[in-house]
Write a protein that binds this ligand. Sequence first.
Ligand code: SF4
Length: 245
Amino acid sequence: MSSLESIYISPLELCNLACLYCYTNKTKSILTNQQILDFVANYQKLTPLKSIIFCGGEVFTLPKFPGLINQLQEQNIFISVITNGTVDKLDQISQPHNCQLIVSFDGPEVIHDQNRGAGNFAKSQAFVNKALKLGFPVEIFYLITKDSYPYKDSLDILGQHKTYLTDRLGSLTKDQVKDIRQNYPCYPPKDFGCNIFSLQSDGEFYGCCETTKSIGNLADPLDQVIQKYLTLNPVCNDPEFRCHL
Ligand code: SF4
């Protein structure tokens, strides 16, 4: 698969939760559905697009987000949504099997709720349960912090596959980070890096969903932005554009 066939879009940074380990800036900029659809249409004129990963903030707080998913699925684009699993709009998505839900958990209930607020573990677990019954593919993003590290092997969310993320705010020791990166399935994958063509809520494009160095914006000719992305690739080897994962 070409690195351009899968892209990342973050329509907003705002969220309904205020997790202790959150590292997003919570800026107020939001991409409209029309901005995203127009961008996707332009993109597809230049290069084939097979999948979009959506992240935030919490995308399901956007009232018309399920409608956007449905419109994109009609174009045969596979959708993945990174979500905290506390806002249930699952019934509004017309093709569950073509919409992967990547639901974040921070450890067993007591640890998760300590970070995300009381009652949120139960809410997210119920979300996963309902999603599975409706036929959505589900993956768990397991955030490992100093609090969840002791439970790294024991968390089980309805038997679903876990991908591990290490805390960006620095609560883990270097050895703990090394342990997770070497011994567990991680995001980004060990030998792959996380370079991906990314559109963020401020309308800027990036060569990775975590870097802060823009390679252009929605007002720029898209072919030139894509060319710039391709010359940076692989972004993870470029000290100026790399993230800090
Ligand atoms: S759910 Fe995610 S985006 Fe929302 S506050 Fe928690 S870590 Fe941040």
